[in-house]
Design a protein around this ligand. Structure first.
Ligand code: SAH
Length: 380
């Protein structure tokens, strides 16, 4: 692995910046147009600006050569084009890249780029920390939690595209082709900001990632699944992990609020499902907890009739975790039951293990390092 520590540049607030300037990143198209009209300009200027921001990836007004200089100066007085600061960049031996990003209030979140043969996926965070406390997930053990703003979510994609150097690259030649809301946090607990961010990312005149290439992963906030299906119609992934309420209540405590029957009803109603557009059920393989062939058979029954694929995720251990990963034999036997029932059930190969970029581990390494630094100072 290679690692670069990057000295953070000036820290810029998400929506309001030093000198009272507002960040344009994160505004919807209509909000941007409103701001432009407030300046006494014609609304088409907003469209020009939008293209600078999201087609060419402009980071300052100086480069916007088809906008008259006096207007550029007025824009720069009131607004900024701010990305989160990169505080750390790591690259795994398998090509996975991870960025630790710092927002204006000093909070941090990570995003991860996973290159594969036929695609490149950016795993994006929705919150700093997470309130869910799934017992197998390390993010749930972090103390601080806050929602990310729309601009901070879009900012993760901007930072990745800056780093990959693919602004103004035609869709067919891009490395970053897919987006998964599978980083830190529960996206459906931050629905408004996630929705606003994804609408910016999907806009055909901008970054233009189609909704078929965006997957939102949820632990099962059933009412919001309906809203997400109606408004965003992105692909849906559901972190199922258990096939009965008794076990799921324990390992995904959100199940106590939205039990399996309610969750699966919301999945069945998800719009636009077909064999070409399936729901992904994620299932973490926990040794002797949820990995028996009986569980696999119950899973088949539970999701019957839903166009689905099942991602089997080998449990990624972390220090002090109360679980072990299922044996390769148990995973293979589990997958065999699903495949026999006609489901695609790939076993997800953990990516970026050497840089702690795998599922449920985001930011845990840097948190731990900080804690040990604090402890060291306390001892001294
Ligand atoms: N809150 C959302 C998205 C974040 S987690 C959700 O729950 O879906 C992304 C995926 O990684 C989820 O399926 C989560 O259950 C899984 N995961 C978390 N910790 C893990 C671990 N230690 N090993 C394997 N998968 C894990």
């Amino acid at each position: 692995m290679t690692e670069t520590a990057v000295t953070p540049k000036i820290e810029l607030p998400p929506t309001l910046l030093a000198g009272g300037r507002a960040n344009l990143i994160g505004l919807s198209r209509s909000e941007l147009a409103e701001e432009i009209v407030k300046l006494g300009e014609k609304p088409f200027r907003a469209r020009q600006l939008w293209q600078w921001l999201y087609v060419r990836g402009a980071t300052s007004f100086d480069t916007m050569t088809d906008i008259a200089k006096p207007l550029r100066a007025r824009l720069a007085e009131r607004f900024a084009v701010a990305r989160p600061a990169i505080t750390r960049h790591q690259q795994s031996i398998d090509g996975t890249e991870k960025w630790l990003l710092r927002f204006t209030d000093g909070q941090e979140a990570e995003c991860v780029f996973i290159p594969e043969e036929d695609r490149g996926t950016l795993c994006v965070s929705a919150q700093v920390g997470c309130t869910l406390s799934c017992t197998f997930c390390h993010t749930g053990t972090q103390r601080l939690v806050r929602n990310l703003e729309a601009g901070e979510i879009v900012g993760q994609i901007l930072v990745a595209r800056d780093a990959l150097g693919e602004w103004a690259t035609p869709e067919g030649n891009r490395r970053l082709t897919n987006i998964v809301m599978m980083g830190m946090g529960e996206p459906l607990f931050n629905y408004e900001n996630v929705a606003q961010a994804l609408k910016i990312v999907m806009d055909p005149e901008g970054i233009a990632v189609s909704r078929r290439k965006i997957t939102l992963s949820t632990a099962g906030v059933a009412p919001r699944i309906r809203q997400c299906g109606a408004e965003l119609r992105v692909m849906l992934a559901v972190s199922l992990h258990a096939v009965n309420d008794e076990l799921r209540n324990r390992i995904v405590p959100l199940n106590r609020k939205y039990p399996l029957a309610e969750l699966l009803a919301a999945c069945r109603e998800y719009p636009g499902l077909s064999n070409a557009r399936r729901i992904t059920f994620e299932y973490v393989m926990l040794k002797d907890v949820n990995d028996s062939p009986m569980d696999a058979r119950a899973l088949v029954k539970l999701i019957q009739g839903i166009p689905a694929k099942i991602n089997l995720i080998p449990f990624n251990p972390w220090p002090g975790a109360p679980y072990e990963c299922s044996s390769p034999e148990a995973i293979a036997a589990f997958a065999a039951v699903l495949m026999k029932a006609g489901y695609i059930a790939p076993v997800r190969e953990p990516r970026g293990r050497d840089i702690m970029a795998a599922c449920g581990q985001l930011k845990s390494a840097s948190e731990r390092e900080r804690k040990s630094r604090r402890d060291a100072v306390a001892v001294a």
